[in-house]
Design a protein around this ligand. Structure first.
Ligand SMILES: *Cc1c(COP(=O)(O)O)cnc(C)c1O
Length: 379
């Protein structure tokens, strides 16, 4: 490893590795007992009734749009300040993502923008808990109820966060998580969906396994070889090897979120006094789990600061290019610059600073000091 401070980094203990090796030596590498164990533990920790493990966060988003029956002709509202996979999960079903703008203080989906984008074709609404902060679910739920929409949460940033007494995984009708190494916990690649709805859970389990069901009664009648493919599905299964790692990682979630909060508060202390770098706003009633620590660089110097930090061994990053500005969406969905002005302006100012559970005080001090140095040189 170079001594660059990354913006995020996983932590795997020797015990985690031992557990993975134990599963490697067992009879089940996939579709075995670790999968259910991981799902059970995940639903306990999030407080959701059902958890369905899948092979990535992207697969989690896709099993959601498939399970709720999104199809050609449908529209789904998606905040533009997110990773492209949120919108892509709508396109996978042949439907149209309609981009909503975000709030200037938090960069969370703006309920007023959502209301403007609703049409007769709108079937569902995605919230994205940007950087780890829960959206305004009180208002989003009200909109969903008024218009008969299914409310979905791309919670890939917000495992361990809370909103008005609810935990991430309980905010929306369906909630998607990612276990990519930069996220709160990791399985290498991996994902999970939570829901309280048994029909959705059943459909998602079928969809992740080629659309195949095994009906035990039919098996008894026809023979143990019997199965039926009832829908078109995918192979989105998560292996037992990965689930074993996920089970261990979940034990450390609350400590890691605590550590992330400490780092975020230390940054806040510094930037709240700054006249050129501002932390994102905190919404009342929500407890951020800080997947990212995002600041807005207000002096037109974001790109220069980014370059300076990189040159000094600090892996700052930009999350995200608003999805409606990607060439694919411009070409296929006629999106254009100007349609989400708040996100477009923010895109020129945002910078994600390093934050991860094993970040040391010395690394934190180096990031802050390097930012001060940049300012002194620039002025
Ligand atoms: C990470 C992430 C995803 C995709 O997750 P993968 O596990 O990489 O497929 C989707 N949406 C958001 C907001 C993410 O941060």
């Amino acid at each position: 490893m170079s001594d660059t401070i990354p913006y995020g980094r996983q932590l795997i203990s020797d015990e985690d590795i031992d557990e993975v090796v134990r599963v490697l030596r067992s009879d089940w590498l996939t579709t075995g007992p670790q999968v259910e164990k991981f799902e059970e533990k995940f639903s306990q920790i999030t407080g959701a009734k059902y958890a369905v493990a899948v092979s990535s966060g992207t697969a989690a988003l896709h099993v959601i749009t498939a399970a709720i029956g999104i199809q050609p002709g449908d529209e789904v509202i998606v905040p533009t300040m997110t990773f492209a996979a949120t919108a892509n999960s709508v396109v996978y079903q042949g439907a149209t993502p309609v981009f909503a703008d975000v709030l200037p203080e938090t960069l969370l989906i703006d309920p007023a923008s959502v209301r403007k984008k609703i049409t007769k074709k709108t079937k569902a609404l995605y919230a994205v808990d940007y950087a780890g902060q829960p959206c305004n679910y009180q208002e989003l739920r009200r909109i969903a109820n008024e218009h008969g929409l299914i409310l979905m949460d791309d919670a890939c940033h917000s495992l361990g966060s809370e909103y008005q007494g609810l935990r991430a995984g309980q905010f929306a009708d369906l909630n998607a998580f990612s276990f990519h190494p930069v996220k709160h916990i990791t399985t290498g690649e991996g994902g999970m969906v939570t829901t309280d709805n048994p029909d959705f859970a059943k459909r998602m389990k079928t969809f992740r396994n080629h659309g195949i069901t095994t009906n035990h009664r039919e098996r008894e009648l026809q023979g143990a070889w019997f199965y039926e493919m009832v829908d078109l599905g995918f192979n989105y299964r998560l292996t037992d090897i990965q689930c074993a790692l996920g089970i261990r990682q979940l034990d450390k979630l609350s400590d890691w979120v605590k550590k992330r909060k400490q780092i975020a508060h230390a940054y806040d202390e510094v930037f709240q006094k700054s006249d050129w770098i501002k932390p994102l706003g905190i919404q009342e009633g929500s407890k951020n789990s800080y997947h990212l620590y995002v600041v807005r660089v207000q002096s037109g110097q974001r790109d220069a600061l980014h370059k300076y930090l990189r040159a000094h061994g600090i892996g700052a990053n930009v999350h995200y290019i608003p999805v409606h500005l990607h060439p694919y969406y411009k070409k296929n969905f006629a999106t254009q610059f100007g349609q989400c002005p708040v996100a477009e302006k923010a895109y020129g100012e945002i910078l994600s600073l390093p934050i991860f559970p094993t970040m040391t005080d010395a690394q934190l001090a180096k990031v802050i000091q390097t930012i001060h140095q940049f300012r002194e040189r620039a002025s």
